[in-house]
Ligand binder design. Structure first.
Ligand code: CMP
Length: 425
């Protein structure tokens, strides 16, 4: 029926192309990272540590060249500019360095391709804002690892390679020196032996201090932001507690207020759906409203077979409201300003004697329609028997929808007529 297509994830045009681009981007990131690790080792230690194969070199160059075509195609499709720096970095990286004799230092140029990684990280950041703290940590570790590796390689090249020495041992010692200097541990068992090494050690120490500053400045923000909604909720509850004490609100009432916020927190993370959705552009607003209200649309039997347009209109105007156990939704005799649909919980219709329970309404039921249909005061009181998630439809919207969709008017009228018969003496 309509729900199936309204809420299903229809095939997105170009999904395969999208998948290809994602796989390609992931492949590039892996290759660029491997390149950034291998390049300094090649430059400093020659080809001994990581044996060179012409086939792999050629393949890598070919893939980097293909990357230019893929990126140019993407930039044309999306209309986003390629970016001069990125284009230069991509072109330089695609040079077949392995064809030049004594080429190894040229591999430095491939480092520019790391700009692609930085850009991809920026894009992920936008897409996964809610995981930003975890991402920030991953990004930090990534860049730190690359920087430490390069600094260790730089130290190795300054120290020189003794003939016959084991290359891995030399690299490991450099890494050890680099990490102990950056972390300001500095055992002093490996010390600079000439001016160039002293200057290099100073640079690495300054880098280490800067890195520390960054970590300390960010750690408290990261921890504070790990659960932003929870932090906000706890702060609000504290404020609420202080307010209730200062206004001497009776303990039982305080408990009900707390229970209400606790419930809203548990079910909606304390967010006010309406105000968040309100800022969206019209098209997106309809889609998001339909999605957020899918629970009630699926629960109310009438909506299941209803017209798409009717569902859209109702989804746009229905507002969620929460009632705690024992709350009065409205009293008999009050003027009727809205009707309600039950998404979760039970509501009791109380007879005019103020005590007898005339009916218990459940998920998918509605109430409050009689006053709106017949323009008269409420025929009964309604009370929440449990926590209730309701959707409220105001009188103005109700009148508009009824006038526009006679089938909705007929359905509401039928149910309502049945109720009055039950009610009749
Ligand atoms: P309204 O008169 O606007 O306000 C009270 C509501 O209780 C009424 O609309 C109906 O929706 C509902 N109601 C009244 N009588 C019954 C009943 N017998 N069974 C179920 N619901 C009822």
């Amino acid at each position: 029926m309509m729900q199936s297509h309204m809420f299903s994830r229809d095939a997105v045009p170009g999904r395969e192309q999208h998948l290809f681009l994602r796989v390609w981007a992931a492949l590039m990131l892996v290759l660029i990272t491997i390149g950034a690790i291998v390049a300094p080792l090649r430059i400093v230690l020659g080809d001994d540590l990581i044996p060179r194969t012409a086939l792999l070199d050629a393949l890598l160059t070919l893939l980097f060249a293909a990357d230019i075509a893929v990126n140019a195609g993407e930039s044309k499709r999306t209309g986003l500019p390629y970016g001069r720096f990125l284009l230069a970095a991509d072109i330089v990286s695609a040079i077949p360095f392995y064809l030049f004799p004594g080429y190894s230092w040229l591999l430095f140029l491939r480092l520019f391709k790391l700009a692609r990684v930085a850009r991809a990280m920026g894009a992920w950041r936008q897409q996964h804002m809610h995981h930003w703290n975890a991402l920030r940590l991953v990004y930090f570790i990534y860049w730190l690892a690359i920087a430490v590796h390069w600094l260790a390689s730089g130290w190795l090249s300054l120290r020189g390679i003794y003939p016959g020495a084991d290359r891995w041992t030399l690299y490991l010692h450099s890494l050890y020196w680099c990490i102990s200097t950056i972390t300001t541990i500095g055992y002093g068992d490996i010390t600079p032996a000439n001016n160039a090494q002293v200057v290099y050690a100073i640079v690495v120490m300054i880098f280490g201090v800067g890195m520390y500053g960054y970590v300390i400045a960010n750690i408290s923000t990261i921890i504070g932001n790990l659960q932003p909604a929870r932090t906000r909720y706890l702060a609000n509850m504290e404020k609420l507690g202080a307010f209730m004490r200062s206004r001497e609100i009776p303990p039982a009432m305080q408990r009900r207020i707390r229970d209400y916020y606790g419930y809203v927190w548990e079910h909606r993370l304390g967010y006010d759906e309406t105000s968040i959705v309100q800022g969206l552009p019209p098209g997106l607003l309809v889609e998001v409203s339909l999605f957020l209200k899918r629970d009630i649309i699926q629960k109310v039997p009438f909506f299941k077979g209803a017209d798409d347009q009717l569902i859209k209109e109702i989804a746009l105007v229905m507002q969620p409201v929460v009632y705690t156990p024992g709350d009065t939704v409205f009293l008999a005799g009050e003027p009727g300003a809205d009707m309600f649909f039950i998404s979760r919980g039970h509501c009791e219709v109380i007879g005019t004697d103020g005590r007898s329970i005339v009916a218990t309404l459940r998920e998918g039921d509605f109430f409050g329609e009689i006053a709106l249909l017949e323009h008269r005061p409420r025929s009964a009181s309604v009370r929440a028997a449990t926590y209730c998630d309701l959707y409220r439809l105001d009188k103005e919207s109700f009148d508009r929808v009824i006038a526009k969709f006679p089938e909705f008017a007929a359905h509401i009228g039928e149910t309502s007529a049945g109720r009055r018969r039950v009610d009749a003496p």
